[in-house]
Design a protein around this ligand. Sequence first.
Ligand code: XBP
Ligand code: MG
Length: 252
Amino acid sequence: MKKLKAIVFDVDGTIADTEKNGHRVAFNLAFEELKLDWYWSVAEYGILLSTTGGRERLLRYIKESHPNFKPTKKSLNDFIIKTHKIKTKFYLQLLKMGNIKLRPGIARLIKEARDKNIILAIATTTTYANVELLLKTNLGSDSINLFAVIGAGDIVQNKKPAPDIYQYVLDKLKLNSDDCIAIEDSYQGLCSATNADIRTIITDNSYTQKQDFSKSILHCNHLGENENPCTIHNNGNNLKKIIDIDLMQSLL
Ligand code: XBP
Ligand code: MG
């Protein structure tokens, strides 16, 4: 049997529920600071999430909802870069407040993987600083070093659902796709990982639970803890309700 060598984690929606109370709120605070009367509701943000990447999402919103918007003194591109920097400042403040916690089973699986010498890596669309601080506030100051490779943000040309970020991580790890399992939360993330030929487990969330996860090897609501087991939505009848290394190994 093929041995599981590495787990590649997505970040937003997978490691933590960052979108509704993190990125969305930070964008709204940036709009406020710039005296724009724009506001992204929970529902509207859910629609915008199909565009991955904060700057890309903002550009789509302007094109769709404010097609005549012209920033004063700046090009649209410069305006988006500036707004996104302000958004990142607010997002990092929200992380520092410690309100954004890891999802169930994340810390447990990271620990088990480390104990069993399974390599850990990250493949995310978000900005590197966001990943670093999310890990630091939840897992301690050196926790970024638990991960052999962090593939984040603009390090690749095409964001998810393109496979680029997973291919980048595989290249850096010097591993084949069938040595790894990815953990994702969204259809775009699933496409990105499976387009790089990586088998993928989905832990869905309120924004993604109705998406098409038929290409996943397992679809559950979270990774599960002893005291908080998970519900498995596919292939699930005989599977235990905690996603651990043995279970992942059996899926390879
Ligand atoms: C999710 C995203 C990100 C975040 C915002 O990334 O699409 O764009 O919403 O991050 P993933 P930035 O699920 O791949 O972690 O504003 O820093 O782009
Ligand atoms: Mg995600």
